[in-house]
Ligand binder design. Structure first.
Ligand code: GLA
Length: 660
């Protein structure tokens, strides 16, 4: 009798809770979507991905999420949901015939609803799906089959209705694996890091800081330097002007209280020898975008020194778009805007630290963010930059679309020839970074127009799909990479990023970040850190300071890795090295999922896989020495092959060499 009373009381209380307004609807825009994956930009709450009012085919929505294909979000509902409701479609801001997407709602490894292919002309489609009993709900936006460009997708009015149960928040799953450190600290004894070759033009200012780790103070000396160059023994900065062309076999010697080390450094004095290994540094775009200013640039340079990154070869401090003033001077000179009150001083400060400074412009009248480009001012702008002391130029197509003469290949090459000529006339070496997103197979002619590097893809973002699609599709251009001409698959997306004033930790998992740095090293890609280096955690710093991994990237042979095996979600990429050994990346990528269900690691069920690396796949044989580069550990000698365990989305980065 008593029990019956209690039961009645509980049911009445539950019913009352339901009726008296306990929350049982939760809007997607109320959840923490920082982990939502996108193919471009960062998803926005109650705004389109570009920050406008959510609008689908003329209809506006106050609430929802603006995102960009490929977009993924996995929600933990624990069976509490009843319905998922939304209006979906391409946002009107996209206005492009190539924009097309497909929306999917998935629950517990089943497709519950799909929109089919949608274009910008389609009005919003209503989603109203029963999700009773679903534990994990996944929201997915794929491109419509023609690439992700312009695919701005809106989940408008998106919400979950719960059963008559309180639902306070929804857990977003994925991306929460704990970072783990693999790279051991450098020894206290001197260790000379960085490239073993560097070059400059005859008669132009030369600057190369020898990166050395080990206890301070250090004494760094060099023998057989070309005439005109000298070394600062306290910092290892080699500078001066070398007039005579030639290849100089310099020996660097470093010593401290704990020991000594010597290492050869080739210095090549000649034309177009500026990027004999891929440039390494920092770029403002992925972290600050248009909120970059002089103070932040200086802080990045200081952090390069205080964190010790400089002693691992990181050199350039590159300002991307948004530094230019609205008007040129009456004489046509380009000026900085208010955010850079004194770039000359900034350049001096950066040089005094042993670092170099980079700038950004466009061959068109305007840059991507509508600042002044260098169109018809090429010589004058190069002169301005040379006067400031600029060492690196990223030359970004964008506004050139307005003035390109026709669609011939020559018309695409032309502006890059023009800038090359202007750079050659300057009394200063300036690395020439071509950026036009890979149009017209730029890798086939980037060298011909005098580029030191050229972007091969659209912009990267900090998601697996973006990094994977870019990094693992660089096979075709591999034969074109080499000293003084590198394929550039875009900047690094580790650490705190944001493309604006608000930063977030990278959405790549720790394993995905090991994959990212390993792959970019194997690809001989320029390494430009895209994060806030004033606030790196131990994991990020560790990731960027493994000298054995960096030396794969900086290897003086300059080969780009190629895949030797791609089977069943496992890829093996091999890079030949100068000393005859091979760097081998064994990746568990999971492959390219055709099935939307496979695009999610639902229950974290994919953990690791054992992979046999056969010597025959590497075109090697016999008994070979295997070294784990991330752990900097000798694994022993193996005949026929080596079995390694690779984490999901992670890598095993090995160096395989013949027995000594
Ligand atoms: C383009 C480039 C980016 C960045 C921005 C700046 O999108 O690809 O790397 O330079 O322009 O506006």
């Amino acid at each position: 009798m008593k029990a019956l009373h209690i039961l009645t009381f509980i049911s009445i209380a539950l019913l009352a809770g339901c009726i008296t307004g306990t929350r049982y609807v939760i809007w997607l825009d109320e959840t923490d979507i920082t982990k939502m994956e996108t193919g471009w930009g960062t998803s926005k709450v109650n705004q389109s991905i570009d920050g406008n009012v959510l609008t689908i085919a003329g209809m506006t929505f106050e609430r929802g999420i603006g995102t960009h294909a490929i977009s993924k979000l996995l929600l933990e509902l624990d069976g509490k949901g009843k319905k998922f409701i939304a209006e979906v479609g391409l946002d009107d801001e996209t206005e492009h015939p190539d924009a097309s997407v497909k929306f999917y709602v998935l629950g517990d490894k089943e497709i519950l609803w799909q929109s089919g292919s949608m274009t910008a002309a389609d009005s919003a489609r209503r989603v109203d799906v029963d999700i009773t009993g679903i534990d994990k709900l996944a929201l997915l936006v794929l491109d419509g089959g023609n690439g992700i460009n312009y695919d701005h997708a809106d989940w408008a009015n998106a919400r979950i209705e719960a059963k008559c149960e309180s639902i306070k928040s929804i857990a977003i799953t994925g991306g929460d694996a704990a970072p783990y450190i693999l790279t051991p600290s450098p020894p206290a004894t001197p260790r000379i890091n960085g490239p073993q070759i560097t070059g400059a033009s005859p008669g132009k200012p030369f600057m190369f800081k020898v990166p050395v780790t080990g206890d301070r103070p250090l004494r760094i000396t060099a023998s057989n330097l070309p005439n005109g160059l000298g070394i600062d023994e306290a910092t290892g900065l080699i500078s001066g002007r070398a007039e005579e062309e030639g290849r100089y076999e310099v020996i660097i010697h470093a010593e401290n209280e704990k020991g000594t080390q010597s290492r050869p450094l080739q210095i090549v004095i000649g034309k177009h020898q500026l990027a004999l290994t891929p440039p390494m540094g920092w770029n403002s775009w992925n972290v600050w975008a248009c909120s970059i200013d002089q103070e932040k640039t200086l802080a990045a340079a200081e952090a390069m020194v205080t964190t010790g990154l400089i002693e691992h070869g990181w050199t350039y401090i590159n300002i991307d778009d948004c530094w230019e003033a609205a008007e040129r001077t009456s004489g046509g000179e380009l000026l900085c805007n208010d955010k850079f009150p004194d770039i000359q001083t900034l350049a001096d400060q950066i040089h005094d630290m042993g670092l170099k400074i980079g700038i950004y412009s466009s061959p068109g009248p305007t840059t991507c963010q509508n600042y002044h480009g260098s169109w018809q001012h090429e010589l004058q702008d190069v002169q301005t930059w040379a006067d400031w002391g600029i060492d690196y130029l990223k030359y970004d197509w964008c506004g050139y679309s307005q003035v390109v003469e026709d669609s011939s290949l020559d018309a695409y090459k032309k502006p890059y020839f023009v800038m090359r000529e202007a750079l050659d006339r300057a009394d200063r070496d300036i690395v020439y970074s071509i950026c036009q997103y890979g149009m017209r197979d730029v890798y086939k002619w980037g060298s011909e127009v005098g580029g030191d590097l050229w972007r091969t893809t659209g912009d990267i973002v900090d998601t697996w799909n973006s990094m994977f699609n870019i990094g693992f599709s660089q096979e075709e251009n591999a034969p074109y990479a080499g000293p003084s001409g590198w394929n550039d698959p875009d900047m690094l997306v580790v650490g705190q990023l944001g493309w604006g004033p608000n930063l977030h930790p990278t959405r790549l998992s720790p394993d995905e970040q090991y994959t990212h740095i390993s792959m970019w090293s194997l690809l001989s890609a320029p390494l430009l850190i895209g994060c806030d280096i004033t606030q790196m955690d131990a994991f990020t710093l560790n990731l960027l300071t493994n000298d054995e991994v960096i030396s794969v990237n900086q290897d003086m042979l300059g080969r780009q890795a190629v895949p030797v095996s791609r089977r069943d979600g496992i890829e093996i990429w091999v890079k030949e090295l100068y000393d005859g050994s091979k760097a081998v990346g064994v990746f568990y990528t999971g492959g390219v999922a055709d099935d939307p269900v496979d695009m999610f690691n639902w229950d974290n069920e994919r953990k690791s896989r054992k992979v046999m690396v056969a010597w025959s796949d590497l075109r090697m044989d016999g008994t070979l020495c295997v070294r784990d580069l991330w752990r900097q550990e000798e694994l022993g000698y193996f005949t026929g092959g080596y079995e390694t365990e690779v984490p999901y989305h992670g890598v095993s980065l090995l160096k395989i060499s013949a027995k000594q």
